[in-house]
Ligand binder design. Structure first.
Ligand SMILES: [Cu+2]
Length: 184
């Protein structure tokens, strides 16, 4: 029995290591706040969009589109990245309508992250998101948090589950063998 204990201890350590290694995958920067905020109704057109992140997102690779229902982009210049805040100027004359900020930046850990922020101006109706709309496919892809740099989460969870199952099976085998040894 004294040989079984270190073995089980080692297995427990292995399982803990596998499970806790999931943590770095979720450590990329997050969008903390934005102007406008999601769902906001602005009385007049905004002059710029600002996005505030939890850490210094990279200067490179920041992309922001402010699209109306026709897919027209109202952004008037390149995004400016400073101390975790990304801002873009907007064209003048945005009519009362529904709009959508589509942002994509590179997190300080090197992972691309992205998201959507819908808002309306004046008495414009919110953008409708239906499966048949021409931009729906691209929008859906953009709304899924990107994890391009790491192992896709379902694959990782599946692998961790498999490891746990194998370890559980081994433990049962060993306990049975130990019990048999004690009987004889
Ligand atoms: Cu990350």
């Amino acid at each position: 029995m004294y040989r079984l204990r270190p073995l089980l201890g080692g297995m427990a350590v292995a399982v803990v290591v596998v499970l806790t290694s999931a943590a770095p995958a979720s450590a990329h920067d997050e969008l903390l706040s934005s102007s406008p905020v999601a769902g906001e109704n602005l009385p007049s057109p905004p002059e710029e969009i600002t996005l505030t992140y939890s850490a210094d997102v990279l200067d490179m690779g920041a992309e922001v589109v402010v699209a109306d229902g026709d897919g027209t982009d109202w952004v008037a210049g390149d995004p400016v990245v400073a101390s975790g805040v990304v801002s873009v100027p907007l064209q003048e004359g945005m009519p009362d309508a529904g709009y959508e900020v589509r942002w994509r930046v590179v997190s300080s850990d090197g992972h691309p992250i992205s998201g959507l922020i819908p808002f309306t101006v004046g008495d414009g109706a919110p953008l409708e998101r239906t499966a048949s709309s021409p931009t729906a496919a691209a929008d859906d892809a953009a709304s899924v948090p990107a994890e391009a740099g790491g192992i896709p989460r379902p694959v990782f969870v599946g692998a961790a589950g498999a490891v746990v199952a194998v370890v559980a099976f081994l433990v049962i085998l060993l306990v049975r063998r130990a019990a048999r040894g004690r009987r004889s």
